[in-house]
Design a protein around this ligand. Structure first.
Ligand code: NIG
Ligand code: FE
Length: 390
């Protein structure tokens, strides 16, 4: 194992308030980071950095934790360009578009699905994402869901069973039978590959009672809980997520005061996915309202071929700052430490001694440039578990 010091960092984001300026981002100016093997070994002022085997000169640029993208749907085939085009000409988004991707995914070979997944992962890595969660949900048969999860599990530990994405087209006339399949045979086949279970709780997908049944079955099978909640309309998803102590309620676009109060009183992270509002021309989630109420907020891409076909966390940060009234500091925190919280992880999303050495060097003097310079490829180097990968 060799050690490396990165010196001359103009702005280092640690996400540890006990380091640096005591803000939530724990900013250290004129900083250095020592990486030993796959871990962060030391953080401090550049002039005090200890001797190491290797040295990298950041030359006055910014370093931050690798992004933690806690919500994506990357096991799919085909694309939905036509649907996007129609939407940009005024057609509304609905959950029904998922069926198009289900048909294409079922028709694809394992090799095609894996090649598509790795292509999007490489794309995300180039943009600074060092941890990603991904879901099934475009198979909707026992065999197709299990194979999606098996393929995903070869590339990440954060795998989510989303058999309850929509009622399978095969059982469209009998949703109760589909819920029984998801909570029975499908769950048994899928749980060995997954850490999490998720349900799309929405009109046109699953109602509150069905979502509760699916989530409690998943929990009994040893899975942690996540919920697609309150994306397209008001509904029971957010309060159900908090009641069941789900790690995350994702989307949170349409919230009542009671939903916000529940999130503020519980442990469930609100994961906001501005790529979806951007690509469906929908109303933005009100991040300011959640933050002011004391809710823990994560930011993620929701990368999928229907509602949000972006793998770029920097793009989502820029949207969150410009359109969701987050400060640049809040958005960067949400895309790193917030994502880690949404996955109930403490080893990632921060740069502090003992954390996994996942970090991004920007071609900019501070993290604020992620929002200040939207659309510019600022990520210039990425390390994952101590290994330089970009
Ligand atoms: O998170 N909301 C449900 N699922 C995805 C969309 C999936 C699709 O349209 O293919 C989402 O936005
Ligand atoms: Fe999603």
């Amino acid at each position: 194992m060799s050690s490396t010091v990165i010196t001359n960092i103009a702005t280092l984001v640690t996400n540890d308030p006990s380091l640096g300026d005591s803000s939530p981002l724990g900013l250290v100016r004129d900083a250095a980071v020592v990486v030993d093997g796959d871990r962060v070994a030391w953080i401090g002022e550049s002039s005090k950095a200890p001797a190491t085997d290797n040295r990298v000169d950041a030359a006055g640029r910014a370093v931050l934790p690798g992004f933690v993208d806690s919500h994506s749907h990357l096991v799919f085939a085909g694309d939905r360009t036509e649907e996007f085009n129609a939407r940009m000409s005024g057609r509304a988004y609905s959950a029904g578009g998922i069926r198009t991707t289900v048909a294409a995914t079922r028709a694809a070979t394992d090799e095609q699905l894996e090649a598509n997944l790795t292509r999007h992962l490489a794309e995300a890595l180039r943009q600074g994402t060092t941890t990603f969660e991904t879901k099934s949900g475009y198979g909707l048969t026992v065999a197709d869901e299990a194979r999606a999860l098996r393929i995903a599990a070869a590339h990440t530990d954060e795998v989510t069973f989303l058999g309850a994405h929509i009622v399978s087209p095969d059982l469209a006339e009998d949703p109760a039978a589909y819920v029984a399949l998801v909570t029975g045979e499908m769950l048994a086949a899928c749980a060995p590959y997954a850490r999490w279970i998720d349900v799309f709780c929405e009109k046109g997908a699953f109602d509150g009672d069905q979502a509760r049944e699916i989530l409690t079955a998943g929990r009994a099978a040893g899975l942690g809980l996540r919920v697609h909640a309150n994306q397209l309309s008001y509904g029971p998803g957010v309060q159900l997520a908090v009641e069941l102590d789900a790690a995350s309620a994702d989307h949170c676009t349409h919230l009542t005061d009671a939903d916000v109060d529940a999130l503020a009183d519980g442990r469930t992270v609100a994961t906001l996915l501005p790529g979806a509002e951007f690509s469906t021309r929908a109303e933005w989630p009100d991040a300011r309202r959640l933050l002011d109420a004391g809710v823990t907020v994560a930011l993620s891409t929701d990368c999928n071929p229907g509602s949000s076909f972006t793998s770029s966390v920097p793009f989502c940060i820029a949207l969150a700052v410009r359109d969701m009234r987050m400060t640049p500091d809040e958005a960067v925190w949400a895309a790193t430490a917030g994502g880690a919280a949404a996955l109930r992880r403490t080893d990632i999303g921060r740069l502090t001694p003992g954390a996994r050495a996942d970090l991004t060097l920007l071609d900019a003097p501070s993290h604020v440039h992620l929002a200040y310079r939207p659309g510019v490829p600022l990520v210039s180097q990425v390390w994952r578990a101590g290994v330089r990968v970009v």
